[in-house]
Design a protein around this ligand. Structure first.
Ligand SMILES: Cc1ncc(COP(=O)(O)O)c(C=O)c1O
Length: 351
């Protein structure tokens, strides 16, 4: 029998134990639901308040540039890319996992126009199977659902795309994506993997396994919070030929040309219809990489000696003081580091 004292000893010896201080949880809550919604990271509430009160309330339209909102999808993609073993230009951050999966299944199936099967397994997350059904209806394809352990054996030259969620949300059972990707390529099929239950929890390396495309959410193990956007990945070798079925102005090669004709940006950025989903998440949460030299996100005339990026529990935090004395929005000089002059519980500079 495991006693509470045993667990306390294990906790004390856990090299990751200090990370507990980077999330806010109600007292006495033992939270084991990060697979559904990761907990609130220290400092995020203050940052979101700043985004609303200063970025939106005071900066208004200037904040697209001055607060860096227009650039947030790119910056978020840069943060996610190393977590999934991809380059930043292979990742776009936008919309929901379901919407991104739709984009990729359509785009990948179109790369195999002579094949008519979307292959998936019976343990895949429900939304993924619903989306696959919708894509099959749209493109005149067939969804073939097989037992999870049989995916590799079910691959044949009729399969255009095989799609699965790497980690089963019910059991934690994990597909061997390297083997599956190789088997798919052997029959000429493409892969779209759902990493929602992997990224941030287990090692993911899409380039090492030669994956074609992938999606995932950010509100589970990446602690993006409710409403945080999803991400999609397209391997660089497909960038020239892949085309998204959802077009929007930020997916345009020159969004501010406002041209009549659509000319997609190369690669996954062509799937970014607009930057809005990132805006209120401007302190993009990355609590696990504190101290790696990240710079502060640009914010209203930040006095770098003030604790703008510190936790909500900091004394004299700038969220409060700034809201008492509003300042015009200006971009701080590039490369400034966030420092606190006052004690804080934890907190980091990452947006
Ligand atoms: C594996 C997996 N895929 C897709 C989804 C759906 O995500 P969204 O609601 O962002 O479309 C979820 C939601 O929990 C999920 O766990």
């Amino acid at each position: 029998v495991v006693e509470r004292a045993d667990l306390a000893r294990s906790d004390a010896a856990d090299p990751l134990a200090s990370l507990r201080d980077r999330v806010e949880l109600p007292p006495d809550v033992v939270y084991l639901d990060g697979n559904s919604l990761g907990p609130l990271c220290v400092g995020v509430a203050a940052r979101v308040r700043l985004a609303v009160e200063h970025g939106w309330g005071e900066g208004l339209i200037r904040s697209w540039n001055d607060a860096g909102w227009a650039d947030l999808p790119r910056r978020a993609a840069e943060r996610i890319a190393p977590l999934i073993g991809a380059d930043a230009d292979e990742v776009a951050v936008t919309d929901s996992t379901s919407a991104d999966l739709f984009r990729l299944l359509v785009a990948m199936a179109r790369l195999r126009p002579d094949r008519r099967v979307l292959l998936t397994d019976d343990r895949n997350f429900p939304t993924d199977r619903y989306v696959a059904g919708g894509v099959a209806d749209l493109l005149g394809l067939e969804v073939r659902v097989v037992p999870a352990g049989d995916l590799a054996d079910a691959l044949d030259p009729s399969v255009a795309v095989v799609t699965a969620t790497e980690v089963d949300y019910r059991t934690g059972v994990r597909h061997d994506l390297a083997t599956l990707t190789g088997a798919a390529h052997d029959v000429g099929a493409l892969t779209v993997w759902d990493l929602s239950h992997s990224t941030g929890a287990v090692h993911v390396d899409l380039q090492a396994i030669d994956a074609d495309a992938a999606v995932g959410c950010t509100y589970k193990y990446l602690n993006g919070g409710p409403g945080a956007p999803a991400y999609l990945h397209v391997a660089r070798r497909h960038h020239a030929e892949v085309s998204t079925p959802v077009r929007g102005w930020f997916g345009h090669a020159e969004p501010f040309a406002f041209s009549d004709a659509y000319a997609p940006a190369p690669g996954p950025r062509g799937s970014t219809p607009g930057p809005r989903r990132c805006c209120h998440w401007s302190r993009w949460t990355r609590p696990w990489t504190r101290g790696t030299g990240s710079t502060c996100a640009p914010w209203p005339r930040v006095d770098v000696s003030s604790p703008t990026c510190s936790s909500a529990s900091s004394t004299g935090g700038s969220a409060g003081s700034a809201s008492r004395s509003p300042r015009p929005v200006t971009r701080p000089s590039a490369g400034r580091r966030c420092r606190s002059r006052t004690p804080r519980r934890t907190g980091s500079c990452v947006p």
